[in-house]
Design a protein around this ligand. Structure first.
Ligand code: GDP
Length: 445
């Protein structure tokens, strides 16, 4: 995400290091580089101007001249100002005092509304809400069906038009959806609406009609981050045509350069509430300006990483594993496989590793990271007999040949896996001994 922007800003800030005091020329050089990086990332010119103006003013001011480490202080200023441009404090959804809360989605066709509807519903459900999805996009032939599919995946019911019950009339569908939610006591309704390829008056009118019929508590404008600062322009058209309360940036996983994220709040004065980072349901995050700024400055987003880990890891499995360790039972290949599967649950591993600090310098290694590897490990372990999984010592040469054949791998790959497993097992053993010993002594029974 924003790799190029991130590399260039961090490089320009690194250029300040080693200078005891910063001259105006040093600061101006850095700011010029940052300005160019932002413009190349397709950030709106007005936003770049304000941003660099504020950074310059502060960087030449007292807080830097008095700082013990002026270069560090400039990094902090850039960080602060990035957080501001991205919206400041994390935005919150407004919940209705009297449920259901009505959330309407708006945006161009292909922006990712329907996909987002499923992700948002799944997220809300995991937070203890009882959402209902409403299919009021009757423009695109397959939209209703698509919403039904994402709803099923999220385990959330979908209200769709039935023959004689508003077919062809999105306003009626939206209204019926909301009254169904009231009747069935859903605490939140998410209304998916139609988009067009370009902004047009008819679409705006339809969105306004739906808005006036259902009185949404939140209207979320969904926009494809790959279109850069055009996102801000489309957003202005929607703000003036329909009005919205918050923004969702979709497709932040692609080669979005940062222009949309950094321009939209400045231009529309509306917060970015969520980010969509892939096609799968779990590729969804709340948008935290401070964490996003940390990612851009390659300081890592460890908090999001931890949250995703908490969601993906099965608490029960973790407790079982801990109990097993403490009891001194051995760590088997089955346990190893469970660990790997949990890792896979955390979503795209590359994306996850990218959230760690200073990953910019390891980008090449990251790019070459082979996600297929977990699938391979799974195939290998599944080709073993229960005895082999429990006691890998019995896996001799001929068994290795058989397992390689069964899993479509090579004996060398089996050897590598067993070697890695041995290391993991040793680590688990020493952890287990630590736990069993209650922290006292060397942990020998
Ligand atoms: P809608 O017309 O606004 O409802 O857009 P859709 O939800 O149908 O999305 C359009 C296309 O973009 C689909 O192929 C989605 O799979 C894809 N898409 C949606 N969100 C994301 C995302 O965050 N990342 C990526 N890579 N693709 C996305």
């Amino acid at each position: 995400m924003f790799n190029n922007l991130s590399d260039r800003i961090t490089a320009s800030l690194k250029g300040l290091r080693g200078h005891g005091r910063l001259s105006e020329a040093d600061v101006d050089k850095t700011i010029r580089e940052i300005r160019r990086a932002l413009l190349d990332a397709d950030v709106a010119v007005s936003v770049v101007r304000d941003f660099t103006g504020r950074v310059r003013e502060r960087a030449l001011g007292e807080e830097v001249s008095k700082a013990l480490n002026p270069a560090q202080q400039v990094v902090k200023i850039v960080n602060d100002e990035l957080v501001e441009v991205l919206g400041g404090a994390t935005g919150e959804l407004q919940w209705a005092k009297k449920p259901p809360t009505v959330i309407m989605l708006a945006g161009l066709q292909g922006a990712g509304k329907t996909t987002l509807a499923g992700k948002l519903a799944a997220w809300m459900k995991s937070e203890g809400h009882t959402p209902l999805l409403v299919a009021a996009d009757l423009q695109r032939p397959n939209a209703v069906n698509q919403l039904q599919i994402v709803g099923e995946r999220a385990g959330v019911p979908v209200f769709a038009p039935e023959p004689g019950n508003g077919v062809g009339n999105p306003v009626l569908v939206a209204m019926n959806g909301v009254s169904t939610a009231q009747f069935q006591q859903h605490d939140v309704v998410i209304v998916d609406t139609a988009g067009r390829l370009g902004v047009d008056e008819e679409m705006m009118q339809q969105a306004r009609d739906i808005r006036d019929a259902v009185n949404p508590h939140e209207t979320l404008f969904v926009v494809d981050a790959m279109i850069g600062q055009d996102a801000a322009r489309v957003a202005e058209a929607f703000r003036d045509g329909v009005g919205f309360t918050g923004v969702v940036l979709s497709k932040l996983d692609g080669d979005a350069r940062g222009g949309a994220a950094l321009s939209i709040t400045g231009v529309t004065q509306r917060p970015i509430l969520f980010a969509s980072t892939g096609e799968a349901q779990q590729d969804f995050e709340r948008f935290h300006p401070d964490r996003m700024a940390d990612r851009i400055l390659d300081m890592g987003d460890v908090l999001t990483l931890i949250e995703q880990a908490e969601k993906a890891f099965d608490q029960e499995e973790a407790e079982k594993a801990a109990a097993k360790l403490a009891s001194g039972e051995d760590f088997t290949l089955d346990d190893f496989l469970t660990q790997m599967q949990q890792l896979k649950n955390m979503g795209n591993i590359k994306k996850m590793l990218g959230m760690l600090p200073n990953m910019g310098q390891h980008r090449e290694a990251l790019e070459s990271f082979d996600e297929g590897e977990i699938g391979r490990i799974e195939a290998i372990i599944r080709s073993m007999t229960p005895e082999e999984r429990n006691n890998p010592k019995v896996i001799n040469g001929s068994r290795r040949g058989r397992i390689a054949k069964g899993s479509g791998t090579t004996v060398q790959q089996i050897n590598q896996l067993l070697e890695r497993f041995k290391q993991a097992q040793q680590m688990m053993r020493s952890m287990g001994q630590g736990m069993a010993g209650g922290g006292g002594g060397a942990g020998m029974p």
